[in-house]
Ligand binder design. Sequence first.
Ligand SMILES: N[C@@H](CCC(=O)N[C@@H](CS)C(=O)NCC(=O)O)C(=O)O
Length: 240
Amino acid sequence: MSEKALCKGQPKPPTEVGKLRLYSMRFCPHSAKCRLALLAKNVPHDVVNINLRRQPDWFMELNPAGTVPVLEVPNGKVIVDASLIIEHIEGLGGESLYVNKVEEAALMEKAKQLFKSTEDVISGKIQNDLSTGLSDVYHAKMNELENHLKAKGTKFLFRNDKPSIADFCIFPLLNEAQSLCDVLPSLIKPVDMGTHPKLNDYIDAMGASEFGSYVDYFDLVAFHKGLIMDKEYLYNEGLF
Ligand SMILES: N[C@@H](CCC(=O)N[C@@H](CS)C(=O)NCC(=O)O)C(=O)O
């Protein structure tokens, strides 16, 4: 199926028997968590991208809020909100997405502050100047991750052999913050990887894993640049 975002007037692609469907947007970090969880559990599914400025009418019927991610399960039931979608995927059986639910939830909760700050900048809620404190939040969160990885001594956030739910939720966030360093260098300073060797190795390990290619980083930067600088929504950036 084409990765191009569907907009008003375009028909709903037919669903395939036995497959779940995730409505997503290529650069949405909340959708990314769900995509990575589906991949990790080997759940048969397809992904349909939605233009979030001009949603098709049938999508608004599925989720009147017009947001992604939305999961459509084979009986036609619709699940809205990344955390509920992840719980549904977890409930499908097979190996758990979690290594340690309590510890992972605590780390994901800590990371949320970074999400809030980056989203406020991306959505234009706060001005793109240094007074936002985004750079300080980013550096504090990256220090926390470096310390976490040092204390755990693992390659991924909670284990060595493969990523778990905390990685699926936090890695898209790292990419989002990193891309803002490229788009707004005066607002958010890059982390010195020389002083964050564990974080550096972690980002390399996630990038090299099967989960590293959920987004093209340069398309992500171009998307954020379009949004922040020109108020343009380049949902199909990098697609031909
Ligand atoms: N709480 C929701 C947030 C989802 C969300 O904010 N999605 C954004 C894209 S990253 C969206 O759909 N925005 C469209 C809009 O607000 O109109 C979740 O975690 O699923």
